[in-house]
Design a protein around this ligand. Structure first.
Ligand code: UD1
Ligand code: CA
Length: 477
């Protein structure tokens, strides 16, 4: 237990600089929204209550909160009155005492560890307020930290309201605070909007607490990266790149090889195992799991996929698929939802598979569409085979047995079943079941019209070579 009664996340801002129809906190990095990252870190501290101040894009933000953090309580701020005003709203109806953490919804890199340390320092010290600060080489835009001789915090001065000397200060306010709730409640009503923005600044409570003789302590984080906020799309990309590096570093330390970590994007939700190898240009997203010894890429996208040990997926796009042990997929395969490839199976170039199981050791090596099918073990699907699963109204099922040989360019018109060990002749349009052990032949018998080229295409190169072949007595002329 962190000894935390309330966490308040301020997320009502418009995010004007994003220039987006999506509320800022719903933009994503590493497959999770900015707000999702913040709430996930906050939830690790198990606060008794979480309140999120929402405003701009209220409906979609509230719906998102209900989905990702159902125990968080949204508080509506109708008009932007400043961080102090947002906090006043969030404090309505809270208990009279306890500890409260306040932070913004647009700082996705903040770790639960840093929050935990801040809460601990606050509770151990018994301060009125504890503020997370950082030294930033470019403090532009941030509130500046004014300390006294003892190192305590005297005030936070916003950039817009700072003097030239104050602007030189490189220690900045991260916007993450822990307060003694009782002390915060005693001053929060005294905030005034006498500043350049005409807003109530939460930062002004620091000076108010000091005036009452309470201790406010800044805690300097060694790493300013954690406190970076997202205000525009440039910062969104910067945060995404930093998080990509963090995630990739983590997996490399866990025994995963990245040939090029800078072009490999792994969502925070993905799980990788020891000795996975990832080639450049790959993106792994959602509920994807990759087992030991599997090789991914180059240029492969996996969304919600399970890749088993020793499998290799190259140059492919896969969603909702399962790839069994040692199976080989690609290059240029498209696996869709419900594609389930058993161990040692093989899916080759320009093959699309949807809602189908491919048995152990079976192969679909070239240029095929497989939809709504069950394929047994040791079966080979010839090049260019199409599972015609859709009659324009409904989808139908195809069942292929074990050790079947489907000839090249077969069309399997579902619903249809091909029995164990059966064959189909190349170029067949199979509309009826093929019993086990038989060959299904469904194509026109070939006829050759002798001399056709000489009669119908006289004077062409084809006619010329046909004629000289005939003279030499070559067959088939
Ligand atoms: C704030 C701090 C600044 C600090 C910086 C760190 C104040 C006055 N300033 O500045 O000292 O260095 O964060 O990133 O607090 N919000 C609301 N309702 C409002 C206004 C803001 O919910 O009426 C939310 C925003 O959505 C945002 C957070 O509060 O998530 C911070 O607001 P923002 O306008 O981004 O403050 P900064 O100018 O960045
Ligand atoms: Ca901000």
């Amino acid at each position: 237990m962190s000894g935390l009664d309330y966490a308040i996340v301020l997320a009502a801002g418009e995010g004007t600089r994003m220039k987006s129809t999506t509320p800022k906190v719903l933009h994503s990095v590493a497959g999770r929204t900015l707000l999702g990252h913040v709430l996930s870190a906050v939830e690790e501290l198990s606060p008794k209550n979480i309140r999120v101040v929402v405003g701009s894009g209220r409906e979609s933000v509230e719906a998102h909160i209900a989905q990702i953090s159902p125990k968080s309580q949204p508080i509506f701020q109708e008009r932007r009155g400043g961080t102090g005003h947002a906090t006043q709203l969030a404090l309505e109806g809270v208990a009279a005492s306890g500890t409260v953490l306040i932070l913004a919804g647009d700082t996705p890199l903040l770790s639960a560890d840093s929050l935990r340390q801040l809460v601990k320092a606050h509770n151990d010290g018994g301060f009125a307020a504890t503020v997370l600060t950082a030294e930033h080489p470019d403090p532009t835009g941030y509130g500046r930290i004014i300390r006294d001789d003892r190192g305590d915090l005297i005030a936070i001065i916003e950039e817009r309201d700072a003097s030239e000397v104050e602007r030189e200060i490189e220690e900045i306010n991260s916007g993450v605070y822990v307060f003694d709730l009782k002390k915060l409640l005693s001053v929060i009503g005294e905030l005034q909007n006498k500043n350049s923005q005409g807003e109530l600044y939460l930062t002004d409570v620091i000076a108010l607490l000091r005036k009452k003789g309470d201790r406010v302590v800044p805690i300097l984080t060694p790493d300013f990266i954690e406190i970076l906020g997202v205000n525009d799309r440039v910062q969104l990309a910067e945060c995404a790149a930093l998080m990509r590096d963090q995630i990739n570093d983590h997996w490399m330390r866990q025994g995963v090889t990245f040939i090029d970590p800078t072009t490999t994007w792994i969502d925070s939700s993905v799980e990788l195992s020891v000795d996975v190898l990832i080639h450049p240009g790959s993106a792994l997203a959602g509920d994807t799991k990759v087992a030991t010894g599997a090789v991914i890429g180059p240029r492969t996208t996996l969304i919600d996929c399970t890749i088993e040990a020793g499998a290799h997926v190259k140059e492919s796009y896969c969603t909702g698929a399962k790839v069994g042990q040692r199976a080989v997929v690609g290059p240029f395969a498209h696996l869709r939802a419900g594609a389930d490839l058993a161990s040692d199976s093989r899916v080759g170039a320009y093959v699309e598979i949807k809602n189908s199981t491919l048995g152990e050791g079976s192969k679909v090596p070239h240029l095929s569409y497989v939809g709504d099918a069950t394929i047994g073990v040791g079966t080979n699907i010839g090049a260019g085979t199409i599972f015609a699963n859709y009659d324009g109204l409904e989808k139908h099922q195809t069942t292929i047995g074990d050790h079947v040989r489907i000839g090249s360019d077969t069309i399997l018109i579902a619903p249809v079943t091909v029995g164990d060990g059966a064959y189909t002749a190349a170029g067949s349009a199979i509309t009826e079941d093929v019993p086990s052990g038989s060959i299904g032949v469904a194509r026109e018998k070939q006829r050759n019209v002798l001399g056709w080229v000489l009669r119908k295409r006289p004077g062409t190169k084809s006619a010329e070579v046909s004629e000289s072949s005939a003279k030499k007595g070559k067959p088939n002329s």
